[in-house]
Design a protein around this ligand. Structure first.
Ligand SMILES: *Cc1c(COP(=O)(O)O)cnc(C)c1O
Length: 431
C-alpha cells in the first residue's frame, strides 16, 4: 500500500489512481502519493501557484488526452474530433464571457507559449519591444536575453520609479517617445500594485504601438472584477490559467480585434505548436465555469484581503514591503530591515524546512545576485483556496517571522513545522 494513510483528505478519484498505480507502477505511485502528502501538509505561499478543484484536476486525467486535434473546431487535420470541437468551443465561449472579449485561443500550452504566439502575431523578428525587465518584476518571456523574446526581438526597457518602486507612467511615456517601439508590454510576475491599462493604451497610441497585456498573475482577479480589466485597452491579452485563475497549467490569448484574433490563431497553430493538449483544454473549460460563479468573486476578494492581512503582519514585525504594501494577491518582502544579513535564499530554505513554501525574489535594485536576493515573494491564492481568512494569515505572518527571526534555528523550525501541520489539518485542500 502506498502511503495513502498519512494523507487525510483524498477524494475518491485520487484514491483510485493511487490504488491503480500501486498495482501497475508502485514506483510512480509512491512519488505521486508523497507529493499529495506534501501539498496537503505544507503552506503554499508561492504567488504563481494555487490548488485546483477535483473537477479541474481529474479532467486532466481523462479520455481527452488520447487524441490529436491539430487545427481548430470545425477545421481539424484529424478525424474523430467531434467532441474535441465541442470542448474547445465551450472553453473558448466561456473564456470570452469571463473576460468580456470577442475572441479567445485556448490552445497555448503555457503562459510563455501564449506570449510566443502574441509576439509572432504582432511583431516581425527584429522589431522593437518595450517591457519591464525581469529584475524589476517582469517575466523572462518579455525580453530576457536567453529567452526567445530577447533572442529574436530588439528589447528596450522601462523601469519602476526608484523611490516609490511603482510604475511611473510619465517616465514610460518618455521612453516610448524616445524609442518608438512596435509593441509595449504591461503585466508582471512580481508587481504588487494595480496596473493602469488605460494609461498604457494612451502611451501606446501616442507612439503608434501595439499594447500587449500579460495578465498571467492577476487573471483570476481580473475575471472577478477585483482588478481592472485590460479590455478595452489592450490590443492583445495573454495569460496563464493556473495562477490566480485556479485552472490547469496552461496559457490563453484573448483579444477584441478580429484581425488580431486571426493572426493569433495562425501563430499558435501551426506557428508555434502542434497538437493542442485537449485534456487541459477540458480542464480550462471547467475552471472558466468555476470562475463565473459568484463564489469565485468572493474567493478573489478574500485573496486580496488575505494579502493585506499577511502584509500587515509582516510590517508589524519589522519587514519592509516593496511599494509599501499590496493591492493584489502578492507582495514583495524586503528582508533587510528585519535583519541586514538575512537573504532570500536562506529564508526560502529555512521556511521550507518548517513546511512553508515560498520563493526568494530580487527586490527592485537588489544588491544581491538572483540566486541569493534580499527578498521573498509571497502570494495568498493557494492558502485562500483552502479557506484561510485574515486571522489565519496573521498566524502565518507570525510563523514566517519565528523561522526567519531565529535564523532558521532547527528547534524552532521543527516546532513551526508542527504548527503548520495543525493549520493544514484545519484547512484541508479543496476537492
Ligand atoms: C507566469 C508568467 C508567465 C509564464 O507562464 P508559464 O506558464 O510558466 O510559461 C508569463 N508571463 C507572466 C507575467 C508570468 O507571471
Amino acid at each position: 500500500m502506498t502511503q495513502v494513510s498519512n494523507i487525510v483528505h483524498l477524494d475518491d478519484m485520487s484514491q483510485s489512481l493511487l490504488k491503480l498505480l500501486e498495482q501497475c507502477d508502485p514506483e510512480v505511485g509512491r512519488i505521486l502519493s508523497d507529493e499529495a502528502g506534501r501539498q496537503e501538509s505544507t503552506l503554499e505561499l508561492i504567488a504563481s501557484e494555487n490548488h485546483v478543484s477535483g473537477a479541474v484536476m481529474h479532467a486532466m486525467g481523462s479520455w481527452m488526452t488520447n487524441k490529436y486535434a491539430e487545427g481548430y473546431p470545425g477545421k481539424r487535420y484529424y478525424g474523430g474530433c467531434e467532441f474535441h470541437d465541442s470542448i474547445e468551443d465551450l472553453a473558448r465561449d466561456r473564456a470570452k464571457e469571463l473576460f468580456g472579449c470577442g475572441y479567445a485561443n485556448v490552445q497555448p500550452h503555457s503562459g510563455a507559449n501564449a506570449n510566443v504566439a502574441a509576439f509572432m502575431a504582432m511583431c516581425k523578428p527584429g522589431d522593437r519591444i518595450l517591457s519591464l525587465p525581469i529584475k524589476s518584476g517582469g517575466h523572462l518571456s518579455h525580453g530576457l536575453k536567453p529567452n526567445f523574446s530577447g533572442t529574436f526581438y530588439d528589447i528596450v526597457e522601462y523601469d519602476l520609479d526608484p523611490e516609490t518602486e511603482r510604475l511611473d507612467y510619465d517616465a514610460i511615456r518618455a521612453i516610448a517617445r524616445e524609442t518608438k517601439p512596435r509593441m509595449i508590454i504591461c503585466g508582471y510576475s512580481a508587481y504588487p500594485r494595480t496596473i493602469d491599462f488605460e494609461a498604457f493604451r494612451s502611451i501606446a497610441d501616442e507612439v503608434d504601438a501595439v499594447l500587449m497585456a500579460d495578465i498571467a498573475h492577476i487573471a483570476g482577479l481580473v475575471a472577478s472584477g477585483v482588478h481592472p480589466s485590460p479590455f478595452p485597452h489592450a490590443h492583445v491579452v495573454t495569460t496563464t490559467t493556473h495562477k490566480t485563475l485556479r485552472g490547469p497549467r496552461g496559457g490563453l490569448v484573448l483579444t477584441d480585434d478580429e484581425e488580431v484574433a486571426k493572426l493569433i490563431d495562425r501563430k499558435v497553430f501551426p506557428g508555434s505548436q502542434g497538437g493542442p493538449l485537449m485534456h487541459v483544454i477540458a480542464a480550462k473549460a471547467i475552471a472558466f465555469g468555476e470562475a463565473m460563479q459568484p463564489s469565485f468573486v468572493e474567493y478573489s476578494k478574500q485573496v486580496v484581503a488575505n494579502a493585506v492581512a499577511l502584509a500587515q503582519g509582516l510590517v508589524e514585525r519589522g519587514y519592509r514591503l516593496c511599494t509599501g504594501g499590496t493591492e493584489n494577491h502578492l507582495m514583495l518582502v524586503d528582508l533587510r530591515p528585519r535583519d541586514a544579513e538575512l537573504t532570500g535564499a536562506d529564508a526560502e530554505r529555512w521556511l521550507e524546512s518548517a513546511g512553508i513554501i515560498t520563493n526568494k525574489n530580487g527586490i527592485p535594485n537588489d544588491p544581491r545576485p538572483p540566486m541569493v536576493t534580499s527578498g521573498l515573494r509571497l502570494g495568498t491564492s493557494a492558502l485562500t483556496s483552502r479557506g484561510f481568512d485574515e486571522s489565519a494569515m496573521g498566524h502565518v505572518a507570525e510563523l514566517l517571522d519565528q523561522v526567519m527571526g531565529s535564523q532558521g534555528d532547527p528547534k524552532i523550525c521543527s516546532d513551526v513545522r508542527e504548527q503548520v501541520r495543525g493549520m493544514c489539518s484545519r484547512f484541508p485542500l479543496p476537492h
